[in-house]
Design a protein around this ligand. Sequence first.
Ligand code: RIB
Length: 305
Amino acid sequence: MIGVMGSVNADLVAFTQRFPRIGETVHGKRFAIYQGGKGANQAVGVSKLGKSVRFLGAVGNDVFGDFLLKNLKEAGVDTSFVKVVESESGIASIWVSENGENSIVLSAGANASVNKGFLKGKGDFFEGLDYLLLQLETPLSGVIKACEMAKARGVKVILDPAPAEKLPTELLEKVDYVTPNEVEISAISKGKKLLERIKNLEKAGPRVVVKAGNRGVYFLEDGTLRNLKAFSVKAVDTTGAGDCFNAAFCVALSDGLNMDKACEFAMAAAAISVEHKGAAPSFPNLGMVEEFLKERKGEVERDEA
Ligand code: RIB
């Protein structure tokens, strides 16, 4: 069983040829509302890949809250630990450009209630978990507490430090894997070069996987920096690709795959996701990832960076 604690957002997405400059209005091409939020996305990603998953988080008592809960349930996520709170729901206002890049403004809403106090009496959530997925769209005090509660029960923790904020050592020393992108690792670790940043972060405890988009992933193996190059795909919408990666990485690790193979599996899932619109709705099921890996066998180049 995999657990996810984190944010749930309604993603209000405007697809546009280009982003407006300050003070400018541009015509959009399409608008859509999707279930999003880094936490909820990771939970849906795990479920689509065929693993049982339970989610801990909060939605507001508004029309978006109903929509978000319904979507999580329909995706097969156990929502019995999701609380409906007196607040608006989390909202992500997203622009997606023609080449698939995005800009996001987050309004935390109900996600802001998922703090240390929220975890009081929630021990049952952590019982029987093999892995716990965490991100940083809910308050850090809750993330630290969840990590402690997971560790006390022998649950392995994967932390996605997004959006990036300074992480205390008391948190990092309890995390098994941390998965920043290149911007995030610069914010949470010291060092001039990537290798130095990864080494500094690993000194605190976790293994580090750096998600570098179309340049693939970087990680340390016996002190050497390894780079797995990304699959070549045409990106339509990169929103949630990092969440898809984390969900698939966790599924692969829980199936016993080693670092190299787990990263390859996760890159395949993320590559499929960027070829479709939306975050969670674009995530593949297990059959799709297996088919993709079969078709693209041998494509991933492995370098010592
Ligand atoms: O990682 C993508 C997610 O970030 C979106 O779904 C949006 O809700 C924001 O939280």
